[in-house]
Design a protein around this ligand. Structure first.
Ligand code: FMN
Length: 325
């Protein structure tokens, strides 16, 4: 029978499936249920930078949108940081799988010291979800990139547990960002975050939230960049996220070089037991292809294994567009 064990950020995982940061991982009962159904690790729901700043008395909640200001105030009072630290330590007591804490931040400001309390609460690693939208035409790309590098440098000094950065798509050269994070002793990246996206209700003339769940087509971009990153910066662990809806997607990402695979929408839609279905599919594929362990095929289809990737991409692109006349 296939052995699904692997490692991510130096943590031993019983299989590559991690449930990503979301409401699914916001309470201990749910974390226990996910472990019972096969999750190899969980990333807890994010603690927001605003919650930490509020606790420290340095949160400025002024917003041009009064509704947003009210929401922020009530969220930070109802969800204090102590609750989050309790969630970490309780989860650690109740489950054997690694528990990864998550922080959603927008700056490299004085919230960073708080990371040591997350480490003290027992988290096995920290995932940093940087929510910076490059919406200022006066800023250079480097100005935005500096936020990531400063964060990495400061965090590395504060905690000794592994750190991983969950990245979005808004980079001119994501591979350089990943390499620079590795140079700053960040052990992993999660490709990619699926940011909140706006939509417009044309009848109510209002900005509303677009669909929060992904669909299987969203895998394409994840697959390409996992294949590129795992080749370009082989030292860093790449965890794949966005668009993973079945065992086949997990196999593809492992072939592309992911060292773990995160799931969220598929579990919201199908329940925790669906983790078992996905793991069975991976196992069946490994058995059918005579792979006894993940290391035997991990990265076999990354960019380093397909000759000249530039030519590959260009020719696939030309073939694709010429065949759809
Ligand atoms: C309801 C919901 C809540 C989420 N909350 C968080 C969060 O707190 N922190 C975070 O980093 N990502 C959060 N995410 C993003 C997911 O972790 C994941 O990256 C994204 O949904 C893409 O993965 P998927 O295609 O498997 O859904 C959330 C997603 C959903 C659907």
């Amino acid at each position: 029978m296939a052995n699904l064990q692997c490692t991510y950020l130096g943590l031993n995982l019983k299989n590559p499936l991690i449930v990503s940061s979301s409401g699914l991982t916001s309470n201990v009962e749910s974390v226990v249920e996910l472990e019972d159904n096969g999750a190899a690790a969980v990333v807890l729901k994010s603690l927001f930078e605003e919650q930490i700043l509020y606790e420290a008395g340095s949160l400025s909640v002024h917003s041009d949108y009064p509704g947003a200001e009210d929401y922020l105030k009530s969220y930070v009072t109802d969800n204090n940081v102590e609750k989050y630290l309790e969630l970490i330590s309780e989860a650690k007591q109740k489950v054997k799988i690694p528990v990864i804490a998550s922080i959603n931040c927008f700056s490299a400001s004085n919230w960073i010291d708080f990371a040591s309390r997350i480490q003290d609460a027992g988290a096995d690693a920290i995932e940093i979800n940087v929510f910076v939208l490059p919406n200022d035409s006066k800023k250079k790309a480097a100005d935005y990139e500096t936020i990531y590098f400063t964060l990495a440098q400061k965090l590395r000094k504060i905690v000794s547990i592994p750190i991983t950065f969950k990245l979005g798509h808004h980079f001119t050269n994501p591979l350089r960002i990943i390499e620079q994070l590795w140079f700053r002793k960040i052990q992993g990246v999660v490709l990619f975050n699926r940011f909140f996206a706006p939509d417009i209700d044309i009848n109510k003339m209002k900005v509303v939230s677009a669909e929060v769940f992904s669909n299987p087509d969203d895998l394409r971009d994840t697959l390409r960049w996992v294949a590129m990153a795992s080749h370009a910066v082989p030292e860093i662990d790449v965890s794949a996220s966005t668009g993973v809806h079945d065992g086949e997607a997990v196999v593809k990402l492992l072939l592309a070089g992911a060292t773990s695979v995160q799931v969220c929408s598929a579990i919201y839609k199908n329940g925790a037991a669906y983790l078992k279905t996905m793991l069975n599919e991976v196992e069946q594929w490994m058995d059918a292809h005579n792979y006894g362990s993940i290391s035997q095929f991990n990265g076999m289809m990354n960019y380093g294994e397909i000759g000249n990737p530039d030519v590959y991409e260009r020719s696939q692109f030309m073939k694709y567009f010429s065949s759809h006349g």
